[in-house]
Every structure is written in structure tokens, then in C-alpha cells.
Design a protein around this ligand. Structure first.
Ligand code: NAP
Length: 286
């Protein structure tokens, strides 16, 4: 598997393990299993309520800290410089580490300018190695990138064969920002696993449709962070990053873009905005 070279010189694996919706009681074991398989990038978030279990899995794995690439995200309820700074300390404690490899602002809401200042501060203090944004699309991303001296090194956004973010990728190029694909398997959408074009192109490389969907991303230098609790799938997903699709195959797969509506939330939807703004510790599993 190759690494992506971030704009500040940090190396980031092109494929990692996502922990969204992994229950706290399953998370330490899931992280340990992923690391035993060979994963080194683990993606979590304050709002997943599994940072502590992720940290436990990281420690229990015995993998040296220097080999790990830990990503987490500051949630809206911790927005603002002072509160975000405090929440970063809490994330460090839960993750049982002195530094976070990549720290993102999870959603484009709340005092995002204050939060980004906290990210810059954490970066200068060595508590974080790279910073970025999640779900800040187009105008929202450009606003932040223009506003701050430290350009986001990574944008995490919904990206997969049905939502290829081609316009966004052109914007990211201008700022040297790498793309990290959340939902790289379209969040398990059944159509993806049965997609004839993915099956056909995959067959040429001995890949299943899911693996081809991941190779489509990693072959283009897009970091993918699929989630699975199954060992066999973990291994399959990791193997996908070793296959490079040809330029012709990638071009052929652009035909799938927008075949289905995005899984992601429309961040201009008033109802979703209200829901996200209200999402805080009250959603923490009992
Ligand atoms: N920044 C954000 O707002 C945001 C939003 C969503 C997600 N994320 C991050 O991105 C990560 C990935 O996204 P996601 O978990 O939503 O969706 P995803 O990785 O695209 O899809 C996960 C689904 O695909 C299934 N799956 C995984 N590998 C498979 C394979 N090889 N064959 C068949 N099925 C397979 C999983 O089922 P099983 O588990 O049953 O195998 C699960 O149902 C998250 O875990 C999280 O870390 C970030």
C-alpha cells in the first residue's frame, strides 16, 4: 500500500479503517482486528463516542505508535477556540496518545473559525501533525482555506463511485489538500456490490465489486476509510489498495457518478442542520 504525501510533508496511508457506528463495546476489538490485518490508519471522532475504545484497541494491538495514523474530529458542541482546545486534550486522553496524526473539524457548523484556530494552535504545539475539514464543500471549504494561513491538509467528504466529488477535487488541488473518502462503499448500498461495471473491471484484476470501488479511489490518490466488522472483508478491502486501475478503467467508472443520490446529508437542509446542532452528549450510548 502506498502513502499520500500531505502538503506539510506528513505521510498518510491511502487506505484506513473507519469506526463510525461501531458500538463502544465492539470497538476496541474491531480496531485491534484491523491493526492485526495490517491497517495503520484509524478514523474516529468525538461524536462517535468510541474514542476511548479506539484508544484501548490501539494500545492493546502492540503496534508502535510511530506506525499508527490516528484521525479524529472535533464535534460542533466543542466548537470555538477555547472549548475545541479543551476537547482536543480530552481526545488525546481518550485515545491514550500524545498526538493526533490528523485532526478535522467534523461539520461546518458552530464557531468554525475559533475551532480552526484551536487546530492551528494544536499543530504548532505538536499535539497534532496535520489538520483539515470534514463536510465543508465548495464555498464553505474555500472560505476556510482562504481565511487561514495553514491550509487544510485534508478534506474528508462523502466520496465513492456514485459521488465522485469531481468538482470538489479541482478545488482541493488549488490548496494542495488531499481528499479522504468517507462512505467509500456508499455506506453499504447493495447496488454497489452488484454493480456490473465494477464487477466487469474488477474481474480483470481478480477483484470483487467492493474492492474495485476502493481501488477506484486509491488509484487516484484518494484515501479510503471503509468500515467493516468482518475479518474477511477487512482483508479484502486492504488488498484493494495494492491494485492500480488503468486510466481507461478510471475513465470508464466516471459513468457511475451520480447514478444514485448521495448518501450524505445535504448540508443546506434546514432540518439536518437543526439535528446536527442538537446532536451532543445526549446521543451517547447508555
Ligand atoms: N466525516 C463524516 O461525516 C463521516 C460520515 C460517515 C462516515 N465517516 C467515516 O468513514 C468511514 C466509512 O464510512 P461508512 O462506515 O459510513 O461506510 P462504508 O465504509 O462506505 O460502508 C460500510 C458498509 O459496507 C459494508 N462493507 C464493508 N466492506 C465490505 C466488503 N468488502 N464487502 C461487502 N460489504 C462491505 C459494511 O458492512 P459490515 O460491517 O457488516 O461488513 C458496512 O455496512 C466511517 O466508518 C467513518 O470513520 C465519516
Amino acid at each position: 500500500m502506498h502513502n499520500i504525501h500531505l502538503s506539510n510533508g506528513i505521510e498518510m496511508p491511502v487506505l484506513g479503517f473507519g469506526t463510525y457506528l461501531i458500538k463502544p463495546e465492539d470497538c476496541a476489538q474491531a480496531v485491534e482486528q484491523a491493526l492485526a490485518c495490517g491497517y495503520r490508519l484509524i478514523d474516529t471522532a468525538q461524536a462517535y463516542f468510541n474514542e476511548a475504545e479506539t484508544g484501548a484497541g490501539l494500545v492493546k494491538s502492540g503496534v508502535p505508535r510511530s506506525e499508527l495514523f490516528i484521525t479524529t474530529k472535533v464535534w460542533i458542541s466543542n466548537a470555538g477556540e477555547k472549548q475545541a482546545m479543551q476537547s482536543i486534550e480530552e481526545s488525546l486522553r481518550r485515545l491514550q496518545t500524545d498526538y493526533i496524526d490528523l485532526l478535522l473539524i467534523h461539520q461546518p457548523f458552530g464557531d468554525v473559525y475559533g475551532t480552526y484556530r484551536a487546530l492551528e494552535q494544536a499543530l504548532s504545539q505538536g499535539k497534532v501533525r496535520a489538520v483539515g475539514l470534514s463536510n465543508f464543500l465548495n464555498g464553505r471549504f474555500i472560505d476556510m482555506a482562504e481565511h487561514f494561513e495553514v491550509k487544510p491538509q485534508v478534506l474528508q467528504a462523502e466520496t465513492h463511485v456514485y459521488n465522485q466529488q469531481r468538482g470538489m477535487r479541482a478545488v482541493l488541488k488549488d490548496y494542495g489538500t488531499a481528499l479522504m473518502a468517507w462512505g467509500p462503499l456508499a455506506q453499504g448500498r447493495p447496488e454497489l456490490f452488484a454493480e456490473p461495471l465494477l464487477q466487469e473491471i474488477g474481474a480483470r484484476h481478480g477483484l470483487k465489486a467492493a474492492q474495485t470501488a476502493l481501488a477506484f479511489l486509491t488509484s487516484q490518490g484518494i484515501c479510503a476509510i471503509p468500515k467493516t466488522l468482518h475479518k474477511e472483508r477487512l482483508e479484502q478491502n486492504l488488498q484493494a489498495a495494492d491494485v492500480t486501475l488503468s486510466a481507461e478503467e478510471i475513465t470508464a467508472l466516471t459513468a457511475l457518478d451520480h447514478k444514485y443520490p448521495p448518501a450524505a446529508a445535504d448540508f443546506n437542509d434546514p432540518e439536518l442542520t437543526r439535528f446536527l446542532l442538537s446532536y451532543s452528549d445526549k446521543f451517547k450510548p447508555a
